[in-house]
Design a protein around this ligand. Structure first.
Ligand code: NAD
Ligand code: UDP
Length: 310
């Protein structure tokens, strides 16, 4: 098997590259290092079955030889990152997805799109099921990411229906773990970094907004199972254990024993979703998948990484 991972130098992509190498695949990582790093791939450097190609996938992608799978993970994912790079975000979700689908079609390969719970926007339906169409502000600050991913889903379904490409769409809910960039601005690296440095823990708004955090190894297992399934409609993958941002801050303060950090409040960003929790019944019945790493364990594993990173 030869597997292409776009965005493979990022947080989730690097874990996927390692997983497919462990499964015996040849892996080609295509990444322009916009928000990723070669350091994430250190364990694979020198492996004859692994190849890194530095390339912006919003430009046509050329790969020699056969390809069996294309996993399209290239895109800024942190709100801070996509607000810093709104146009590259729109381009990689639209042009980049078109190019990655074109590669899959040309090679007769399976295609898997990394979509997101952000397609549900600030959801009126809770928990979020795949048949909910969402509540997205197309012209708000998050629109560059949300609408790019919604377009990416639409073109993926069109390639499936019109060209017969074997496609998959995973709607990923907040995922965390080692290799998140310390400064990517997402809540978990922020709180870990702040607690480890004894700096104020910055809660945006009053902290009663909710998220549901999935450990990265659970997500990777779900993605591997979905790639092998005969199913093109979107599938939610995430951990339904929902908590408030305030609870997350308290858990991290308790975990980093002896931290001097105190909670401070900062303004809530515009269009910040009030709540988010996946309904995972589709993944459970289709893939026999359930998350296995509880937050207490996942936070400990992540803290070990962030301790070295600060
Ligand atoms: P990340 O920022 O760590 O990784 C993204 C990778 O894509 C980086 O290595 C970056 O350099 C690369 N990239 C960006 N634009 C590119 C381009 N034009 N050409 C080539 N490479 C490019 O983010 P992540 O958390 O690992 O997210 C990976 C994917 O999963 C993204 O598509 C994201 O939308 C999706 N996702 C992640 C989460 C999450 O909680 N982590 C949730 C929902 C969806
Ligand atoms: N958040 C926060 N403090 C921070 C970073 C984020 O309170 O330092 C909040 C943010 O407003 C949101 C939640 O944490 O409600 C998750 O934010 P993140 O940027 O991780 O991703 P999102 O789930 O919004 O895409």
């Amino acid at each position: 098997m030869r597997t292409v991972v776009t965005g493979g130098a990022g947080f989730i992509g690097s874990h996927l590259c390692e997983r497919f190498i462990a499964m015996g695949h040849d892996v080609i990582c295509v990444d322009n290092l916009l928000t990723g790093s070669r350091r994430n791939l250190e364990a694979l450097e020198g492996n004859p079955r692994f190849q890194f190609v530095e390339h912006n996938v919003s430009e046509p992608i050329e790969i020699d030889g056969p390809v069996d799978n294309v996993l399209h993970f290239a895109s800024p994912a942190s709100p801070v990152d996509y607000l810093t790079h709104p146009i590259p975000t729109l381009k990689v979700g639209s042009l980049g997805t078109h190019n990655a689908l074109g590669l899959a079609k040309a090679k007769d390969a399976r295609f898997l799109l990394a979509s997101t719970s952000e397609v549900y926007g600030d959801p009126d339906v809770h928990p979020q099921r795949e048949d909910y169409w969402g509540n997205v502000n197309p012209i708000g600050p998050r629109g560059c990411y949300d609408e790019a991913k919604r377009f990416a889903e639409a073109i993926t379904m069109a390639y499936h229906r019109y060209h017969g490409v074997k496609t998959h769409i995973v709607r990923i809910f907040n995922t965390y773990g080692p290799r998140m960039r310390l400064n990517d601005g997402r809540v978990l690296p922020n709180f870990m970094k702040q607690a480890l440095r004894g700096e104020p823990i910055t809660i945006y708004g009053n902290g009663d907004q909710t998220r549901s955090f999935c450990y990265v190894s659970d997500l990777v297992e779900g993605i591997v199972r979905l790639l092998a399934a005969d199913f093109a409609e979107p599938v939610n993958l995430g951990n339904p254990a929902e908590i408030t941002v305030m609870q997350l801050a308290e858990e991290i303060i308790a975990l980093v024993a002896g931290t001097a950090s105190k909670i401070v409040h900062e303004p809530l960003p515009q269009d910040d979703p009030r709540r988010r929790r996946p309904d995972i019944s589709r993944a459970q019945s289709l893939l026999g998948w359930n998350p296995t790493i509880e937050r207490a364990e996942g936070l400990k594993l992540s803290l070990e990484y962030f301790r070295k990173a600060v």
